[in-house]
Design a protein around this ligand. Sequence first.
Ligand SMILES: Cc1cc2nc3c(=O)[nH]c(=O)nc-3n(C[C@H](O)[C@H](O)[C@H](O)COP(=O)(O)OP(=O)(O)OC[C@H]3O[C@@H](n4cnc5c(N)ncnc54)[C@H](O)[C@@H]3O)c2cc1C
Length: 517
Amino acid sequence: MSLTEKILSQVPGDALGGLRKVDRLWENLKQNTAPAPQAVKHSQQPLETLDFDIVISGGTLGILIGTALAVRGWRVALLERGILRGREQEWNISRKELDAFLELNLLTAAEIDKAIATEYNPARISFTNTPDIWVRDVLNIGIYPVYLLETLKQKFIQAGGKLFENTPFKTATIHPNGVLVESENTENNLFATRLLLDAMGHFSPIVRQARQGKKPDAVCLVVGSCAQGYPNNETGDIFASFTPMQNQCQYFWEAFPARDGRTTYLFTYIDADTERFSLETLFEEYLRLLPEYQNVELEQLKFQRALYGFFPCYRQSPLKMPWNRILPVGDSSGSQSPLSFGGFGAMVRHLKRLTFGIDEALTSESLDKNSLALLQPYQPNLSVTWLFQRSMSAAMNQKIDPNQINQLLATVFQVMEELGEPVLKPFLQDIVLFPALSKTLFKTAISHPGLVLKIIPQVGIANLLDWMIHYVNLGIYTGLQPLGKAVEPQVKNLGVEQQYYFHRLVEAWEYGAGGDY
Ligand SMILES: Cc1cc2nc3c(=O)[nH]c(=O)nc-3n(C[C@H](O)[C@H](O)[C@H](O)COP(=O)(O)OP(=O)(O)OC[C@H]3O[C@@H](n4cnc5c(N)ncnc54)[C@H](O)[C@@H]3O)c2cc1C
């Protein structure tokens, strides 16, 4: 019996079965033999009646945007394949980001406080042989998804939103004036809407069709657990590494106090090569190394739940839908950083922008594919992170010094710490700012030229050149950002359609430069 089988048999529920189910998805992704679904079709006939302004398929993050739009008076239907309920495991986020819920009238301050299950400080960045770096108030809030989603569900219904549970999405037919969404539920199976939001996550059938079966450019694999019995520790790790590369990848760790124990994660960035190991193998590695990482014996621990998942990342992100009237939101949109698995945080950060943008798109009838693509714009501050992900991974047959990734990261983080909080903190929250990045690169190149040269063959010249384009764009977007604010007063005199385009342009500069930080 493997360690994984032994430990997961102690966890309530069918944890091993769940892990193996997700592993089959991972195996399918690596093999990439499944045909792309045909979920979206076309019809030239106009729809006679439109029952909804917006249909959202997928409830987990869909309820966030659904409630925001229902509160603004739009006719919203939310389709969820099962029962809409948040997971037990907290979502980590930084406090300031939660203001979006207040500003959009989704939660009161008291409800936000209630949704916060844990709050810890400080958090550590740790590599062997270099001093630890400590930061405060970064991703240190644990939101309890069960409470958050239940509260939003009630608000959604109060605001007139229509919730259809046990209603799996089947197909969407795009008509000239709307979309007819068909579900597999025999009772409620047709929904005529002006706009369809795809919130079905990374494995949405719509997204798989739009990506035409393309394999992801990279994948982040994550396994972990929440367990009791650790020595008391009120601090967390945002990013820790204590082993050289093994199994042709670098292991990274996270740990923090949770509502009912301590959460620990092991994650790694890899490609989707068919030879890559399974999630179950990574879980075995996690259990092998956990005692060393947390200075604890496995026998001391009482496991509350097992955690696992994988996140496909595509260079071509955010995803531009090839169809009118369909917009991806949440994980399906690919608008989160390829470095983190903070899709909830990414959605919250963009919630105001998306709410106002969708509102304006509906008002100005800007629902064709090009207009909607502006709601998930190119963001150079995200695209530059591709190279960072590349520098933390190795191709299946690539030979690199097993300590190289740790050395690089330890050096870069030390440099960022020396440059101060305004450089380090946004980076840790998935926001890359041009001045901070430029200072870090310059200082690292001057003080550690050998290290930088070693990285070039690892990441490849083509990737480096591609990265430079995004870096230059980040500089341009940073320069353009104040321009948007300066012209804003003139825009009020324009028609609704021009206003829609102008606002999207300004937002693209702002968010693309990390100006929302
Ligand atoms: C181990 C782990 C830890 C994480 N920790 C964090 C964290 O600390 N902070 C953070 O910000 N993020 C975290 N995340 C990421 C976060 O959980 C995801 O970004 C978030 O769940 C994405 O939500 P989503 O609704 O876009 O997609 P999903 O979570 O995939 O949800 C998709 C929704 O659509 C529904 N659905 C799917 N198919 C259909 C269909 N055919 N018809 C109708 N409905 C359908 C599903 O039932 C589900 O409700 C973590 C993820 C994992 C796996």
